[in-house]
Design a protein around this ligand. Sequence first.
Ligand code: BEZ
Length: 211
Amino acid sequence: MAVRLGDVAPNFKARTNEGDIDFHEWLGDKWGVLFSHPKDFTPVCTTELGMVAKLKPEFDRRNCKVIALSVDSVEDHNSWINDINETQGVTVNYPIIADTDRKVADLYDMIHPNELDTLTVRSVFVIGSDKKVKLTITYPASTGRNFDEILRTIDSLQLTAEHAVATPVNWKDGGMCIVVPNLSDEEARAKFPKGIEVIKPYLRTTPQPNR
Ligand code: BEZ
């Protein structure tokens, strides 16, 4: 069964290069990003995992933990991490799940057999501090992800969890926001002291409330 938005992220126990974990315990009260990649010792994955190591302070700043997954062993992960560190100029600073029995991959429907028969595709699950799945993205093996975009989605998810706004196309932290449709103009003016602009009755903007 696919994991859908709003579902509680399925819990699991797994081996990682940083030791055994219970996923929910590992998350604690933080947000989380669980992302799979097809295979250790592959070129696109090497660049992705290096970039996540570089961006780790940005995930930390958002109170968000990151964890990778592939169906390779801890021994392979440790050996490959040396290559990632050497070639990407980083120190991998987050765990990689060794899902050799594909238990987690099956639980999260990360294997798409018509794309890659036994390997995981590039799945991303953003999980809120309430353990619910807030966002999923799936890329094929041949397309490396843009982790700046994943940080941007976390900014939007965290903002819209706290304030009655949505974020428009290509929004970035600090940009104009959309007033959610279920607020009347009067309620919106009371809620957003910086003001609202009514472009159409259904299209209303306001400056980002927490900036
Ligand atoms: C890669 O990470 O480069 C990759 C992995 C599997 C298939 C194609 C590319």
